[in-house]
Ligand binder design. Structure first.
Ligand code: UDP
Length: 378
């Protein structure tokens, strides 16, 4: 049989595709990576505008407790010391996130953990919640009704476009609740952002691998099908099958970016707007991701992005999978179809797996697939 030109065609040059390509290359596999966008890097791609690194597709803060993943990414880039401390604003007042003693002090004027705990306990009792069945009940059990109504309800309903009572409890469990004065948004052991942004990480992963931008698999299917023994597909699985079984749902985002002729707009990388009246969920001021880069911080301009959640309509970007029952079953059906019809294609990454992966999980998943495919060991 005639040998095909590549061992792997990797569709999508995001973090998953780039990590898999790196590992495959290390094992002597011949790979080609394609992406429909004009650049590599998927949603971690950064622009550099007048000395400021801009997270073009939303803020990406790398955090992990996985030592193997942390060592791996540190081979390619130097991470800065950034730690995410988010501020929330509600009706002109500021609160610290995630929920911690600063937040409880700002909310109730309490100074001791036991006082905060007692208020939450009382509000939980008043709400008579035994086993939380939805996000609203889960949130009230964790932090009480005041915090729920001030910092969670409006934000979450804007973000997901449906009432908290109709959302799964797990979403809110992503955020820590602490009875200490610790404003770190994450509980992980390691955290930071590559100095200069993520492009250097993607560049390191894809060095020496053939890459094609502006190349949409769906539009070039017939030419691409025969070039590799196997395909790693990181795009939406329903689109691959031309929506034969129905459409998977996503929540999308619209970014409104502004370059302002002032040095400092909000003094923090992320400020959340938790009230339902403000149409956006947060404002990102990109220079603050580079806290220790004096040139960026002192630049006489600043770039901010307002983030507006929106429905996923044709042409919008699929950001957050909506893992409710219908979509979970539909995704499983697509995987079964894939196994039957295209056994040489692995559907992977956030879109292929239809899961909201943090970046470290994406890399760990790529490592697992590389290990399964050809015994890769980091
Ligand atoms: N959340 C909230 N208020 C906030 C920030 C987050 O209620 O000010 C809730 C909201 O339901 C959101 C979830 O916490 O969907 C997870 O937030 P996270 O910051 O992890 O979301 P991401 O930045 O990953 O989209």
């Amino acid at each position: 049989m005639e040998q095909r030109k590549y061992d792997y065609l990797i569709v999508g040059a995001g973090l998953f595709g780039a990590t898999f390509a790196y590992m495959a290359k290390q094992q002597g596999k011949r790979c080609i990576v394609i992406d429909k966008r004009p650049h590599l890097g998927g949603n971690v791609y950064c622009d550099n505008l007048g000395g400021i690194t801009v997270h073009k597709y939303g803020p990406h803060i790398f955090h992990t407790s996985n030592k193997e993943v942390w060592n791996f990414v540190n081979k390619f880039v130097v991470f800065n010391q950034f730690t995410l401390n988010t501020i929330a604003t509600y009706k002109e007042k500021l609160y610290n996130l995630p929920f911690n003693m600063h937040t409880f002090h700002q909310m109730w004027d309490v100074t001791k953990p036991e006082e905060a705990f007692a208020i939450i306990e009382q509000q939980r009792r008043e709400a008579t919640i035994e086993n939380p069945r939805n996000l609203e009940e889960q949130a009230i059990s964790l932090v009480g009704r005041d915090v729920y109504e001030t910092l969670i309800k409006g934000y979450t309903e804007k973000q997901w476009g449906r009432p908290c009572r109709e959302l799964p409890a797990d979403i809110i469990k992503r955020l820590p609740v602490r009875f200490s004065f610790n404003n770190n948004y994450f509980n992980d052991r390691f955290q930071g952002i590559p100095e200069g942004g993520y492009n250097a990480l993607i560049g390191g992963l894809l060095e020496g691998t053939e890459c094609l931008t502006y190349c949409n698999y769906i539009d070039n299917r017939s030419e691409l099908e025969g070039i590799a023994d196997e395909i790693i597909y990181t795009g939406p699985i329903d689109e691959f099958f031309d929506y034969r079984l129905g459409r998977l749902e996503y929540r999308s985002l619209r970014f409104e970016q502004e370059d302002l002729p002032i040095c400092n707009f909000q003094g923090n990388a992320i400020v959340n707007y938790t009230s339902a009246e403000v149409p956006y969920t947060r404002i990102v001021e990109h220079k603050w991701f580079d806290t220790y880069n004096a040139a960026a911080i002192n630049a006489p301009h600043t770039i901010i992005t307002r983030e507006y959640p929106q429905d996923f309509t044709p042409g919008a970007e699929p950001y957050y999978p909506i893992n409710d029952e219908r979509n979970t079953v539909l995704h499983k059906d697509y995987l079964a179809l894939a196994k039957k019809e295209v056994p040489d294609i692995a559907f992977a990454g956030r879109l292929g797996a239809y899961k909201y992966f943090d970046m470290d999980k994406t890399i760990a998943e790529a490592m697992t697939l590389a290990n399964r495919e050809y015994g890769y060991k980091a």
